[in-house]
Design a protein around this ligand. Structure first.
Ligand code: AMO
Length: 418
């Protein structure tokens, strides 16, 4: 078997050389043991193996396994493909702590560290599980444009760009397109980037993040959508618990299972609960990050690490959420996990006239949404959906303190490279 990777540690003694190689698909390093007596020629060749060397080797697993760090191999032969020109700027076995800034800059090298790599193997597992669950439940994976003429989440957070002689934007959300598709495919999903020109510098925002976006038609109300979301999140978390045991162990994470149904509280109840703790939310305003965090603590005390906040007031939502009969509340919900919003969603307004009215009420020009509105004229069923933040889910599953730890190449207020 031929295995390729990079040397992350090389210990050279008089009679034994032990080289750890990280690469290929294994989570833990391959531990290559060269013995002077057993293989004198290879031993001599192995003297040149230093941290950073790129190589491929052929060998067999040792009969005796002594290393706790990885699986030991007896090497038959190896070939060096590249050597570093300079000493590595970061420690790829993770002994020397690295500042987040450096970690982001040199992530492509730090991914040689099996612990760092474990985060991104789990990230891939999250998406693999999401696809499995959604495919098995009749959702069709679609792709919608990322260069768009209008946004759904507010003009202030759109990145403008020139599209020949037209004005265009980077897509904040597939919202308008996934809704349009409700005119022909009753269940769709998209795994997609969101581009948001938010000038924040927080531990929970990125300017380019990823979402798992779902839309489903022929619903009775938002409960149908919440069921899909709670089943999806439970499937993802339980899948990672089952398949990524080794990676979770390396990261020192005890990931608790979650099972539907999740607790539901209304926005009004959440505001009341916060008020009893001395936190005032001005009428009709969204929960602040601090309020969201406090609510997370209060819900945790009641035994709920994951819960829905439902019936958000219309004053806090996008134009496309369906208003309840009282006119002030909507079918919008958030899903919060350990005090952080993971997803938003809800029932949409599918009635053409009401949708035009909603756009106007939100101060938007229906003319700008013509392409979207037209789709509501030909038999649009009641529908709803949600957007689930991939980095936020990963961040909370793995107890990462900053969202930047959950994406390989970071786009934030000051980072445009690498
Ligand atoms: P919303 O704007 O709440 O809803 O986004 C959905 C989820 O995406 C994640 N998210 C972000 N993560 C990191 N950085 C950001 N700047 C960022 N913005 C959003 C969050 C959030 O809960 N169209 C609706 C969804 C829908 O109703 O279907 C929407 O985009 O986890």
């Amino acid at each position: 078997m031929r295995i390729c990777g990079w040397v992350i540690r090389a210990k050279k003694f008089k009679k034994v050389i032990i080289v750890e190689v990280s690469g290929d698909s294994s989570t833990k390093p391959y531990v290559l043991v060269f013995k002077k007596e057993r293989e004198p020629e290879l031993f001599e060749k192995a003297e040149e193996l230093d941290v950073g060397t790129a190589l491929c080797f052929e060998g067999e697993k040792s009969q005796v396994q002594k290393s706790k760090r990885g699986v030991e191999y007896v090497v038959k032969d190896f070939k060096v493909y590249a050597k570093p020109l300079d000493p590595l700027p970061v420690d790829t076995i993770g002994k020397v702590p690295v500042l987040l800034d450096t970690r982001i800059k040199y992530r492509y090298l730090l991914l040689r560290n099996p612990v760092e790599k474990a985060i991104f193997k789990i990230r891939a597992g999250v998406l693999e599980a999401a696809r499995q669950y959604l495919n098995d439940n009749g959702f069709l994976e679609v792709h919608t444009p990322k260069i768009v003429a209008a946004g759904a989440e507010g003009g202030a957070t759109l990145f403008p760009l020139k599209y020949f002689e037209y004005k265009a934007y980077l897509s904040q959300s597939p919202q308008l397109y996934k809704q349009i598709l409700m005119a022909s495919i009753p269940r769709v999903y998209e795994i997609t980037p969101y581009f948001r020109a938010e000038k924040f510098n927080t531990t929970r925002h990125l300017n380019e993040s990823w979402g798992i976006d779902v839309e489903q038609g022929f619903i009775e109300d938002e409960e149908d959508v919440m069921k899909t979301l709670e089943n999806l999140v439970s499937y993802i978390i339980n899948y990672v618990r089952k398949i990524y045991v080794e990676e979770l162990e390396m990261l020192g994470i005890e990931l608790e299972p979650v099972n539907p149904p999740f607790k539901r509280i209304t926005y009004d109840e959440a505001v009341e609960l916060l008020r009893s703790e001395g936190i005032e939310i001005p009428e009709g305003e969204d929960l602040t990050d601090a309020a969201e965090k406090k609510l997370g603590e209060l819900m945790m005390e009641k035994g709920h690490q994951i819960y829905f906040i439902t019936n958000f007031p219309w004053s806090t939502t996008g134009f496309y959420y369906m208003r309840k009969e009282d006119g002030t509340h909507t079918g919008k919900f958030d899903l919060d996990y350990k005090g952080l919003e993971l997803a938003s969603g809800g029932q949409r307004e599918h009635r053409y006239d009401k949708l035009i009215e909603a756009l106007k009420l939100k101060g938007l020009n229906p003319e700008d949404f013509k392409f979207y509105l037209e789709a509501f004229r030909y038999g649009m069923p009641p529908h709803g959906g949600f957007g689930l933040g991939v980095e936020r889910l990963l961040m909370k599953m793995l107890n990462l303190s900053n969202i930047r730890e959950a994406i390989i190449f970071v786009r934030d207020r000051t980072r445009l490279s690498p």
